[in-house]
Design a protein around this ligand. Structure first.
Ligand code: GAL
Ligand code: CA
Length: 350
């Protein structure tokens, strides 16, 4: 067996335990004497582009706060890979290692009670985010929080993008001039609050504006671009240029639909594609015209809301200073519409 010398072991440990990485130091005192705040985060699926943009922002915010020199801030982000057992085990680990706050992006939003019960016994506050537990679960304890977006508003804004395009130039939307908009709808995961509510409000808002819709097809593509490309390819084969609008519950799927159109070399008479999230690639697509618009889902504001709650809880033990908390537990960030008219404003802030 090779003998590893002590200094080398030390060096290896230092390189593994960088300040914001997955380092499980079971102590509240950092060697230099400043206190450590430990935040454990479990994600339903790290490869989800929007969710990973929240974590990226969170790490940046934490780093900046840490540079003030008051606290060492450790954010340990684990991937549950879509598996509920993994997620429960990750929460157990955070509790066993005495993390101050546990942030949970639920694998299954209807199954939060196991996590809540564990956290309550250990007295570790939980910040759920992006995947909202049912209200009944949120009532189980007064140290539960939720940070997310306003699904109804994003659906409404998505509708507004199409309504405005229609009002500006009917023939660019209703291409066959039959007085109706023929559309397909790419939906997010079944049972996700952002999927069902966005779809409902999008369709409802267009109808309320007196514009007739005709649904050609709808299906879930589970928030994923590749699945959306497959669905859209079939729809193009079935409906051809009858499709006038592609509504998508998120940008990853909208970009998947654009990919399907590109793969089939459709250059003329393309449907208008509209998404939600404001991913950098979607903003570029709005700029180059392959998407007609998107709705910003503010991952920065969501990350900073999560951070503020975690920081207040870890340093003051309460969240009394956070004024935007609804019912003392909810923060829902706002949205913004993006189309070719205002895209440059958003590209600047990318
Ligand atoms: C939504 C977002 C989707 C996906 C989903 C995951 O809010 O718009 O792109 O990230 O959350 O829960
Ligand atoms: Ca039509």
């Amino acid at each position: 067996m090779r003998v590893v010398k002590k200094p080398l072991i030390l060096l290896m440990m230092v390189s593994i335990c960088t300040s914001l990485s997955a380092c499980a130091v079971n102590t509240k005192k950092y060697t230099s004497g400043i206190k450590e705040i430990k935040v454990g985060m479990t994600l339903y699926k790290q490869e989800d582009v929007f969710v990973s943009s929240i974590t990226k922002n969170l790490e940046e915010i934490a780093k900046e706060k840490e540079s003030e020199g008051k606290y060492k801030i450790t954010i340990n982000i684990l991937d549950a890979k879509g598996n509920l057992n993994n997620q429960n085990n990750q929460v157990d680990k955070f509790i066993a290692q005495d993390y101050d706050i546990i942030c949970v992006n639920l694998v299954d939003r209807t199954a939060a009670s196991v996590i809540i019960d564990k956290a309550k016994v250990a007295n570790k506050p939980v910040i759920f985010f992006n995947r909202e537990p049912v209200e009944e679960d949120m009532e189980r304890w007064n140290r539960l929080y939720y940070v997310g977006a306003q699904a109804d508003l994003s659906g409404k804004m998505q509708a507004d993008i199409i309504i405005n395009a229609y009002k500006k130039d009917k023939r660019k939307v209703d291409k066959n001039g039959d007085g109706k908009i023929q559309y397909v709808m790419l939906e997010g995961e079944q049972g996700h609050q952002d999927a069902s509510i966005r779809t409902e409000y999008c369709i409802k808002t267009i109808a309320e504006n007196g514009i007739e819709l005709e649904k050609l097809a709808d299906d879930t593509a589970n928030w994923e671009g590749a699945q959306a490309t497959t669905k859209m390819t079939n729809w193009i084969k079935n409906f051809g240029d009858k499709i006038e609008v592609v509504f998508s519950n998120n940008d990853a799927m909208a970009l998947g639909a654009v990919q399907a159109l590109d793969n089939l070399n459709i250059t003329e008479n393309r449907p208008l594609v509209v998404g939600i999230d404001g991913l950098p690639d979607a903003l570029s697509a709005v700029k180059n015209g392959s998407m007609v618009g998107t709705v910003i889902n503010d991952s920065k504001a969501q990350a900073s809301s999560i951070f503020n709650i975690a920081y207040e809880l870890a340093t003051n033990g309460n969240v009394n200073s956070i004024k935007v908390l609804e019912k003392r537990k909810y923060i829902r960030t706002s949205h913004a519409r993006v189309t070719n008219d205002n895209i440059d404003l958003f590209l600047e802030n990318k």
